[in-house]
Design a protein around this ligand. Structure first.
Ligand code: LIP
Length: 276
């Protein structure tokens, strides 16, 4: 795939995301029509569906052979499949619960993966005007300005970010609370923005030092993972080792040292079903 082709993809997705952002921004303070997905706290609104359609239709119109892994598409039971073809991984509104409550931390998250490598990652919160972007090998940016992770190595000085997630499953909730109980006693601080994508972007920005979560999906973290890597960070599985893209688990950190320290404390959980 030539660089100029990826440039064209970047230009197209940037335009589509700006257009989609206007829809989210205009609806943020309105009352939303909500449907439930896997649980009563896993939500979808008509805006999620409309934004995903706008992005997919806009890409398909120019590149009919491109593939898609979209959050709302997948909620109908379709499994995620990553081939060597250009594949767009889309979360139209990451942080739907926030969007429903007009809590202004939700974002469009889009990654373009070619030959199984992330080439483009964009996370855009139109309500607060926050845009995080990255191209493979070209660094990470916040509203056009280069960004770097904090480089923090020690858990005792680190600001951690995690989520309670979108499931009320007893075993999972137990593990989530157990991990928070352990880490809150050691870490410098703990935060939860309510959007996996924005949590990860906060690590890339150098604001937070490490994000971990069990139960997320490939569309929640794919763009963020590229942005963190391009900002000089480190992403791994919560048990250590390479991220398994379909396993619904991740750590995104400011350094490998900090990730390793958190791994040594975490009780593990393996969400089912996987994304593939
Ligand atoms: C959600 C995230 C939330 C995280 C969930 C889920 P959705 O995405 O924003 O922070 O805890 O695991 O990924 O469903 O709002 O797009």
């Amino acid at each position: 795939m030539s660089n100029s082709e990826v440039n064209d993809y970047y230009e197209l997705i940037s335009q589509l995301i700006d257009e989609a952002g206007k829809i989210i921004e205009s609806r943020n303070s309105e009352r939303k029509l909500i449907e439930q997905k896997s649980s009563d706290i896993d939500l979808v609104t008509e805006t999620d569906q409309q934004v995903e359609k706008l992005l997919i239709d806009g890409i398909k119109a120019k590149y009919p052979n491109h593939k898609f892994i979209g959050e709302e598409d997948s909620s109908s039971g379709k499994k995620a499949e990553l081939t060597d073809d250009p594949t767009w991984i889309i979360d139209p509104v990451d942080g739907t619960m926030n969007f429903v409550h007009s809590f202004p931390h939700s974002a469009i998250s889009v990654a373009c993966v070619i030959e199984k490598k992330a080439e483009i990652g964009i996370i855009y919160n139109p309500v607060l005007g926050q845009k995080f972007t990255a191209r493979r090998g070209q660094g990470a940016f916040y509203n056009g300005q280069p960004i770097k992770v904090s480089g923090e190595k020690n858990l005792s000085s680190a600001l951690l970010v995690t989520e309670f997630g979108t499931s009320r499953e007893e075993e999972k909730t137990k593990v989530v609370l157990e991990n928070i109980t352990k880490l809150v006693k050691i870490a410098h601080g703990f935060r939860s923005l309510g959007s996996a994508a924005l949590n990860i972007a906060s690590v890339a920005l150098g604001g937070a030092d490490l994000y971990y979560e069990y139960g997320i999906h490939i569309w929640d973290f794919m763009a963020g993972m590229l942005i963190v890597n391009e900002a000089g960070g480190y992403c791994c599985d919560p048990a250590g080792g390479e991220v398994d893209l379909m396993s619904r688990r991740i750590i995104c950190a400011s350094s490998k040292e900090l990730a390793d320290e958190v791994v040594s404390h975490l009780t593990q959980f393996y969400p089912m079903p996987r994304d593939d």
